[in-house]
Write a protein that binds this ligand. Structure first.
Ligand SMILES: [Zn+2]
Length: 161
């Protein structure tokens, strides 16, 4: 997940009492076992947003999907914010992602659902792949965390040598 995408989530975290939920779509590529989110959209001025709910503008969503397709990117899932430190999906969130998975045409075995809570990111992120049968939680890997892991590995090797 590139830092530009994380920045979009961070920018809309509901840190203040008046901040409303925000959300958008996730686009990217799928190669073997790696899903790469390269682009996040939203929020749009035409979304309906309250403190505890978020209703995307469906027409704008379709336009984003068409636009991404022209650039070779696929729809991977949705993101939105929650006013809680470590977020978990609401029954409505689970219903929407399952319906989206069942009703749209795609070649994926699940859609990504990302929820950004109020805790520092990426620890305040819920990231999971959902389909109509199950949800699999993922640990988001940011470019920074990949670099950190590589450095830790090097350190470990250094110690064993
Ligand atoms: Zn939600």
């Amino acid at each position: 997940m590139p830092s530009e995408v994380l920045e979009i989530f961070a920018e809309h975290q509901q840190l203040k009492a008046r901040d409303r939920e925000a959300g958008g779509q996730l686009f990217g590529r799928v190669a073997w076992t790696t899903v790469t989110v390269e682009h996040a959209t939203g929020p749009r001025p035409t979304d309906i947003r309250t403190r505890y709910s978020y209703q995307p503008d469906r027409k704008a969503e379709q336009a984003e999907i068409d636009d991404a397709h022209r650039r070779g990117l696929f729809f991977l899932g949705d993101w939105h914010t929650h006013p809680e430190p470590v977020p978990s999906p609401s029954p409505q969130d689970l219903h929407s992602i399952t319906e989206a998975f069942k009703k749209s045409t795609h070649h994926l075995n699940g859609f990504l659902l990302v929820i950004a809570g109020t805790q520092r990111l990426p620890s305040g992120l819920y990231v999971a792949v959902h389909n109509d049968k199950e949800a699999v939680r993922l640990l988001p890997r940011t470019r920074a965390s990949c670099a950190k892991q590589a450095a830790m590995k090097e350190d470990a090797h250094g110690k064993t040598r």
